[in-house]
Design a protein around this ligand. Structure first.
Ligand SMILES: NC(=O)c1ccc[n+]([C@@H]2O[C@H](COP(=O)([O-])OP(=O)(O)OC[C@H]3O[C@@H](n4cnc5c(N)ncnc54)[C@H](O)[C@@H]3O)[C@@H](O)[C@H]2O)c1
Length: 299
């Protein structure tokens, strides 16, 4: 009797979910207010982090900005202040756990509890695995995934106490699709996607439904992060369109934000199509960027 009941309940849930998704196509989802929230953005001195800080400033959030680059941070902060936001900046090297913990303590003591954490800082080495140096591999893991652990462990306790908050993971399309000459980067971004998914499940298991999570997965963005990117799949993204999708995701509590959204179809293809057909499709995409290839590094 139990399996039949479970099956009926599952089918009812499935139907309800599809109807809800259909309704959302016509009735826009209500956006939450983030006015007054204390938002911390890592890697806010340039590119996506900077543009994200601007958007939170426009939403009347209070800002704490971290970056390793003081000059970039100051430029971002000045622009956020012009937009009317209160901003505090901290020069933090997110590859260093102790620096993260000590800056986090200062933020908590001097400013207050962070309620929206945007783990954005990232680095990349575009090279084949054997041309990549050991220290580059280590640094990429430290900044792109380990830092997410340290910041989240520092700021999550206060969110748990109030059952309120939002943790944003900036991952990448490279966190879903293996890409040549980005072996290290892809490994860290797959880890970031895994971090987001497992944390989301853990918060649900702990009944912390007031703490939301969003994972951002864009393809190439025009920030200079990767040199001369191109693909036949579409144009390189402008930072503004990525931030717009990210903010929409945060304000509507969306768990996974793909930019462009058609990456979902490609993920489905990966599961459905045989390897030979997939290889044919991959060749058609012609993903290109500047990379060091064939220079075997000894350390
Ligand atoms: N640009 C792209 O094509 C692209 C595509 C998908 C995902 N992403 C992701 O978006 C995020 C932002 O990338 P971006 O394009 O804005 O790059 P960016 O280089 O323009 O900005 C990255 C920022 O992170 C900071 N940073 C680097 N190392 C740091 C460290 N150790 N400690 C603190 N700050 C540090 C840099 O100073 C810089 O301000 C990254 O996580 C990246 O992986 C980028």
């Amino acid at each position: 009797m139990r399996p039949v009941l479970d099956l009926l309940l599952f089918l009812a849930t499935l139907l309800y979910s599809y109807l809800e998704a259909l309704l959302k196509l016509f009735v826009p989802v209500r956006k939450k207010s983030i006015s007054g929230e204390l938002v911390l953005v890592t890697g806010a001195g340039h590119g996506l982090g900077r543009a994200t800080a601007f958007e939170f400033a426009k939403q009347h959030s209070r800002l704490v900005l971290w970056d390793i680059n003081q000059h970039g941070l100051e430029e971002t902060a000045a622009q956020c202040q012009k937009l009317g936001a209160t901003v505090q900046t901290f020069v933090v090297d997110c590859s260093k756990r102790e620096e993260i913990y000590s800056a986090a303590e200062k933020v908590k003591k001097q400013i207050g509890d962070v309620s929206i954490l945007v783990n954005n800082a990232g680095v990349v080495t575009t090279a084949d695995l054997l041309s990549t140096q050991d220290h580059q591999i280590q640094k990429t893991f430290e900044v792109n995934i380990l830092a997410h652990m340290w910041t989240t462990r520092a700021f999550l306790p206060a969110m748990m106490d109030t059952n309120h908050g939002h943790i944003v993971t900036v991952a990448s399309a490279a966190g879903h699709f293996g890409t040549p000459f980005l072996v290290t980067y892809c490994s860290t971004k797959f880890a970031a996607v895994g971090f987001h998914k497992a944390l989301t499940e853990e918060l649900a298991a702990l009944g912390k439904d007031g703490i939301k999570t969003t994972c951002l997965c864009p393809v190439f963005i025009n920030t200079g992060f990767v040199k001369n990117p191109s693909t036949r799949l579409g144009k390189v993204l402008e930072v503004e369109e990525v931030v717009e999708a990210l903010m929409e995701g945060v304000l509507t509590n969306k768990k996974m934000v793909f930019v462009p959204s058609r990456q979902r179809v490609a993920l489905l293809f990966e599961r459905l199509f045989p390897e030979r057909a997939l290889n044919f499709l991959k060749k058609l995409t012609e993903v290109k960027f500047d990379a060091v290839v064939g220079q075997r590094s000894t350390q």
